[in-house]
Ligand binder design. Structure first.
Ligand SMILES: Cc1cc2nc3c(=O)[nH]c(=O)nc-3n(C[C@H](O)[C@H](O)[C@H](O)COP(=O)(O)OP(=O)(O)OC[C@H]3O[C@@H](n4cnc5c(N)ncnc54)[C@H](O)[C@@H]3O)c2cc1C
Length: 412
């Protein structure tokens, strides 16, 4: 049966109901604008539910300034509070296992006073004893947050669904955007501004947009481990430093790269930089390893999983029970080999923006980017950000370690 044709008028139409699209729709509502969000599936089920939910503000370039580090965090905390989402404020511990790693971390910590600090060898091993003797110290990112990767996008979307000035249309595949109109089958949306957030997959729409550009897709593998690995914070190691320009350009990073290339060539080549993000049920999300096949790899690589599990096992020191394995499509900008850009933004015509996430920091920055996109589209400053919430303190860290040690079922 054919659905009847209908037309909706609104201020802003957002295409794509992943977290980036939802963030833009919420930013429009913060400015009091009417919004229609169109998502082709029955719910967001691509990258926005497959990431690790780790908001790595410490890894943002320029994270020593309030504007870069604290404002995106405040937006997240405000929206999480409004939608009732649980936010872990445990921070990130980056373990150093070599002098080179320590040197980079010390440089990063010194640039982020009050937001990151070095942990001594004793403090670090007390928090993660299984990582053992080889730990020389750690960088503790105090501002980093964790959200539940599986439910956060749906929770944010509910804010729109419950808002009389916003409308969310699922199963609305958009096939044309232009001239102030968005077409999704029988549904037409007439909007003053259109923001297209289609994610890494090209569902035919981008080819139809005049200014669409080729970005290289790549496939990333991730895992979920069973409950039994309670962690005091998100954990990663020095190799992750190379994945983020804010660290990879710090003094000593070249020496670190050279050492890691010698010691862990497979890991460096495939971007196997395990980041362990604790889930509320005690499980862990382990990201990530990059498929060697450029483009859309049709099959998972067992070798990459093995590398990822080996690196994770070295940190947790116990048997790992994998509960789920999945892939995630990401985009890499050929013009930006260092991966410094978090978003790829294009304006194919006046009043239209195409916003695509490029980095593993995109989730952390999504609300901040949404404010910037709206500000630029409407040529109007953003509404004031909420007051700054306190970050972890050293006292918190001690309480944190005590709570961790006394957690039931702790197996590491
Ligand atoms: C391995 C990995 C781990 C990551 N982990 C983190 C992390 O821990 N922290 C962090 O800050 N960031 C992380 N990121 C980045 C971030 O999670 C993703 O970039 C982000 O989720 C992308 O969201 P999105 O909305 O752009 O894309 P998607 O989630 O793919 O959403 C796009 C939506 O648009 C819809 N759509 C597409 N075309 C159409 C159309 N024509 N009509 C209607 N709907 C359409 C799709 O159905 C989809 O639901 C990670 C990235 C990678 C690669």
């Amino acid at each position: 049966m054919h659905s009847p044709k209908r037309t909706i008028e609104t201020d802003v139409c957002v295409v794509g109901g992943g977290v980036i699209g939802v963030a833009h729709a919420l930013a429009a509502r913060r400015r009091g604008l009417g919004v229609v969000l169109l998502e082709q599936d029955a719910r967001a089920q691509a990258a926005s539910v497959r990431h690790s939910g780790h908001l790595f503000f410490t890894a943002l370039a320029g994270a020593d300034t309030d504007a870069v580090s604290l404002a995106p965090r405040e937006l997240w905390l405000e929206l999480a509070r409004r939608c009732g989402a649980r936010v872990g404020r445990d921070g990130t511990i980056i373990l150093a296992r070599s002098r080179e790693e320590l040197e980079v971390m010390e440089a990063v910590a010194s640039e982020r006073p009050g937001r990151a600090r070095m942990l001594t060898r004793r403090e670090a091993t007390a928090l993660l004893p299984a990582a053992g003797d080889r730990i020389l110290g750690a960088l503790f990112g105090l501002t980093d947050l964790l959200v539940d990767p599986r439910s956060i996008t749906a929770a944010l979307t509910r804010l729109l669904a419950n808002d009389a000035q916003a409308r969310v249309e699922f199963r609305a595949h958009v096939h044309a955007v232009g001239g102030g109109m968005v077409q999704a089958g029988p549904l037409s949306v007439r909007a003053g501004n259109v923001i297209v957030c289609p994610g890494a997959e090209d569902h035919g729409l981008l080819a139809a947009l005049p200014a669409a550009e080729q970005l290289v897709p790549e496939t990333v593998q991730m895992l979920r481990l069973a409950r039994s690995h309670p962690l005091p914070a998100a954990i990663t190691t020095g190799i992750a430093l190379l994945e983020h320009p804010a660290f990879a350009e710090a003094p000593g990073a070249e020496a670190l790269r050279t050492r890691l290339e010698l010691e862990r060539p497979g890991q460096v080549e495939h971007g196997v930089a395990p980041l362990l993000a604790p889930l509320a049920d005690g499980g862990l999300i382990v990201s990530q390893a990059r498929s060697p096949a450029r483009g859309r790899a049709p099959f998972r690589s067992e070798r990459l999983d093995a590398l990822l599990l080996e690196a994770t096992g070295a940190l947790l020191g116990c048997d790992l029970e994998v509960r789920e394995r999945w892939t995630l499509r990401a985009l890499r900008d050929c013009a930006d080999p260092a991966g410094a850009q978090d978003f790829h933004i294009r304006a194919p015509e006046s009043g239209v923006r195409v916003v695509r996430a490029l980095s593993q920091r995109a989730l952390a920055l999504c609300h901040w980017q949404a404010e910037k996109t709206l500000g630029e589209l409407l040529d109007a400053p953003a509404p004031p950000t909420p007051p700054v919430a306190p970050v972890l303190t050293v006292t918190d860290l001690r309480a944190h370690a005590d709570a961790f040690r006394s957690r039931p079922g702790r197996s590491v």
